[in-house]
Design a protein around this ligand. Structure first.
Ligand SMILES: [Zn+2]
Length: 94
């Protein structure tokens, strides 16, 4: 079930200091780039969300498919995108 209560800062787990913010996503990686990252560069991408991981309805029209209306925590100075913006297969892995 989708819930607005998922809009909590991933760091302080509070909604008290949140404001909306336009979040720029990384451009989608090709499968080859992802393979290289995991197998040669030694890490999986966990911090930078890419456009292909976000459900199409949350990507803003009229802009390159790289922006969503996300949130920013004034306390922690982190920008984030709520989990429910993500496609099913990208949840829980971050
Ligand atoms: Zn916070």
């Amino acid at each position: 079930m989708l819930s607005q209560q998922e809009n909590l800062c991933p760091k302080c787990h509070s909604a008290g200091a949140l404001r909306s913010k336009l979040i720029m996503l990384g451009t989608a990686l090709t499968e080859e780039q992802q393979f290289k990252r995991v197998n040669f560069e030694g890490y999986t991408q966990v911090d930078a969300l890419t456009a292909d991981e976000v459900r199409d309805e949350f990507l803003l029209p009229h802009l390159p498919k790289q922006y969503v209306n996300g949130f920013f925590c004034e306390t922690c100075h982190v920008g984030f995108v709520p989990d429910f913006y993500l496609k099913e297969n990208n949840r829980f892995k971050r």
